[in-house]
Design a protein around this ligand. Structure first.
Ligand SMILES: [Zn+2]
Length: 355
């Protein structure tokens, strides 16, 4: 029997007492900025802005203790998680690396669960707060702490070395912890053991959140919000949407010249449609390549496309998912960015259209 579940990211916005925020950080101003391909996690820092690691250097630590991972006949946990991080490090678009990102493995840890103030990015399996951290049906969760403001995010205070992280951008990720649901089974075999989720696939998805990506609406993308325990649920390699997303967040000098952008607007009388799902379809193959959601004015910008000819499909965000599958992205529009509430309405009373 196949078992299905949701992947989850949980943006964590610390209260102002734990970090320095510029006053503007709590002012809500909706902007018409449209940077919406592949749905980055984002904050509202005088308008929606993608969040990322400021230094483009990410260090992670593993607690390999687990009661729920079947490794007989497969790789061990350490190798599997390391391989999942490497997948993002090696992202390519159109056959070339467009990425400036350094991911390093730090010493193993005995910490379990989530600690968003220690500035240690941990991967663990024995979350002591599991009942609260895993709503029913949740496979794994990544908690990211961001620091944001305008013109910069300021400084995030850490309870252990590096003791602080500075954010010279409008929004930065300061801490990220990945926790696998202790109540679910995982395996490292190919295909996965019965009723177990493929560990590397789930890890690759959660690392995407740790690096700053929210969900994708493309079913074959690593960042698709749902997983299952069948062989069909194995997704260890990046789609173009995933690879373009990470390259957009951490571009090297070739990104802009090697990729293209398709932009436009989805209009519903009398205004634009917020959170319409827009997909660039390869005209030659019919494959969905890069998707995104529209901003409050209905604008979209599908960034990072490899050279080619594309049609554009615009759909209401309905069916398999809804806006609650993209809250890390929607936070950029929240009227209360600190707790990520107060989103604009997301109309779905229209039919899809192919352009
Ligand atoms: Zn997810």
């Amino acid at each position: 029997m196949r078992r299905f579940g949701r992947f989850c990211s949980r943006p964590f916005r610390p209260t102002p007492t734990t970090l320095s925020l510029s006053a503007a950080a709590v002012v809500s101003v909706l902007s018409s900025l449209a940077i919406l391909a592949f749905n980055p996690e984002q904050d509202n820092a005088n308008g929606p802005v993608p969040t990322r690691w400021a230094s483009a250097q990410v260090i992670w630590s593993l607690n390999p203790s687990a009661n729920n991972v079947i490794t007989a006949g497969g790789t061990d946990i350490s190798t599997t998680i390391t391989d999942a991080f490497k997948t993002w490090q090696q992202a390519q678009v159109g056959g070339q690396s467009l990425l400036s990102l350094i991911i390093t493995r730090g010493p193993d840890t005995t910490a379990n669960g989530v600690n968003s103030s220690d500035c240690v990015n941990t991967v663990s399996f024995m979350d002591p707060n599991a009942s609260a951290d895993f709503p029913t049906g949740t496979i794994a969760v990544t908690f990211i702490a961001t620091v944001f403001g305008s013109p910069t995010g300021g400084t995030y205070s850490c309870t252990s070395p590096p003791t602080s992280r500075s954010c010279p951008l409008r929004s930065c990720i300061a801490d990220g912890d990945i926790v696998f649901n202790p109540a679910e089974q995982f395996s490292t075999t190919t295909p996965p053991a019965p009723n177990a989720f493929d560990l590397q696939s789930v890890a690759t998805h959660e690392i995407g959140h740790l690096l700053g990506l929210d969900h994708s609406g493309i079913a074959h993308a690593v960042m698709y919000p749902f997983g299952d325990t069948s062989a069909a649920g194995v997704q260890r390699t990046l789609s173009v949407d995933d690879a373009a997303g990470i390259s957009f967040l951490y571009p090297n000098g070739s990104f802009a010249a090697a990729t293209g952008t398709v932009s436009g607007s989805i209009l519903l009388s009398p205004t634009g449609a917020f959170a319409a799902h827009v997909v660039a379809i390869d005209a030659a193959t019919g494959n969905a390549v890069i998707d995104g959601l529209t901003d409050t004015q209905g604008h979209y910008s599908l960034i990072g496309l490899p050279p080619g000819t594309y049609n554009v499909l615009a759909l209401p965000l309905a069916g398999a998912f809804d806006i609650m599958n993209f809250t890390g992205w929607e936070c950029g529009y929240a009227s209360n960015p600190l707790n990520c509430t107060g989103f604009p309405a997301t109309p779905t009373n229209y039919t899809g259209k192919f352009y």
